[in-house]
Unconditional design. Structure first.
Length: 111
């Protein structure tokens, strides 16, 4: 592994460890949801109506880990923090493996 690759992986790990700031800071400042991370119900409450396209497409995608929380709604902050970090690391690992596999496929096809 090159020096720049080590720096990249270190930076990604640090970002994954910092992801819980997204739940800690809004809780400290009583800020509510993160901007733009609203579900259909919250959006309807904020706008006063639900856009038709969102109504049709709202159920199209269900997140594998809703809210990045393995314990569901009402989990303690500590469980949420651990879930956020684990979700970040799983995402980094998944993308890293995908990039590795694609690069191996490209290299093998060039030979």
């Amino acid at each position: 592994m090159t020096k720049s690759q080590k720096k990249l992986w270190t930076g990604l790990f640090i970002l994954a460890v910092l992801t819980p700031l997204g739940i800690i800071l809004p809780e400290i400042f009583k800020a509510g949801d993160a901007w733009g991370e609203w579900g259909p119900d919250k959006l309807e409450k904020l706008l006063g109506y639900m856009p038709e396209g969102l109504k049709r497409l709202a159920a199209l995608w269900k997140a594998p880990v809703p809210g990045y929380n393995f314990s569901g709604e009402g989990a303690s902050t500590a469980v949420q923090v651990i879930s956020y970090i684990a979700s970040g690391l799983i995402g980094i690992l998944a993308v890293g493996v995908l990039i590795y596999l694609i690069s191996r496929l490209i290299v093998n096809n060039e030979k």
